[in-house]
Design a protein around this ligand. Structure first.
Ligand code: UDP
Length: 237
């Protein structure tokens, strides 16, 4: 397997783990992600994962229902930790060692986030799963993905979604919508394209980390993305 990337940060939204369910985690989807991650790691590629929590709880929704926003965000961060531990279980059942590191300490179930330790795990070919977001309310796991990618020196952020890239209009509404093969950070920010939130894009831009947006539900796509195949939209300089 010839590959372009050596160390990747894979951002999995909570919804990616939900499949067709209305809420929660679909074990079949988690298993297939785990298989793909394991096969890529077995080819010597280092993978760190930031997982979202939108399949369980979103702070913004809690605050719209009257909850204090910061408190609601902490609940959202705890939701991501549940996803992280679930993913860990599935990846390890596929024979690949993992470590979960959380930005809010919960030492009975996960390591605390320690940057140098995370890098050491990656060097030993362990998958590192980052839970509890950035540990700060008012942020998202997209921004966490950009932050952790910069911290661990990742070559790229893989943003797995339900569509095969970024379009000039909604492909579900407009059958003539055109998919971009590549985009600049500036274009994404200026046109408010829904790749990742603006803070995440700006952080990737400042640190010159490309973002690959691709359809996670197509089997084999994580491997294709690692090999540098153009299966989606790449955002860069
Ligand atoms: N969250 C937060 N700070 C962070 C990351 C996440 O407060 O650094 C909270 C926030 O409430 C968010 C929830 O955790 O709604 C779940 O994360 P996110 O919405 O990013 O998950 P995704 O959309 O990827 O499933």
């Amino acid at each position: 397997m010839t590959n372009t990337y050596k160390r990747v940060l894979l951002k999995l939204s909570g919804e990616a783990l939900m499949g067709d369910l209305a809420y929660g985690i679909d074990p079949t989807i988690v298993q297939s992600i785990a298989e793909e991650v394991s096969s890529v790691v077995q080819h010597g590629i280092q993978i760190a994962i930031v997982v979202g929590g939108g399949n369980i709880f979103r702070g913004i929704r809690g605050s719209a229902a009257g909850m204090d926003r910061a408190t609601a965000d902490y609940v959202g961060m705890l939701a991501t930790a549940m996803n992280a531990i679930t993913l860990q279980d599935a990846i390890e059942r596929n024979g690949t060692p993992t470590r979960v590191q959380t930005a809010i300490t919960m030492q009975e179930v996960a390591e605390p986030y320690i940057r140098r330790r995370a890098i050491r795990h990656l060097e030993k070919n362990r998958v590192v799963i980052f839970g509890a977001g950035s540990g700060n309310p008012f942020f998202t796991t997209d921004t966490t993905a950009a932050l952790r990618a910069a911290e661990i020196g990742a070559d790229v952020v893989f943003k797995g979604t339900k569509v095969d890239g970024v379009y000039d209009s909604d492909p579900k509404v407009n059958p003539d919508a055109k998919r971009f093969n590549s985009l600049t950070y500036g274009h994404v920010l200026a046109h408010d394209l829904k790749v990742m939130d603006g803070t995440a894009i700006a952080l990737c831009k400042d640190n010159n980390i490309p973002i690959m947006v691709f359809d996670l539900s197509v089997p084999g796509n994580i491997r294709r993305a690692v090999m540098g195949e153009s299966i989606g939209t790449i955002v860069g300089e």
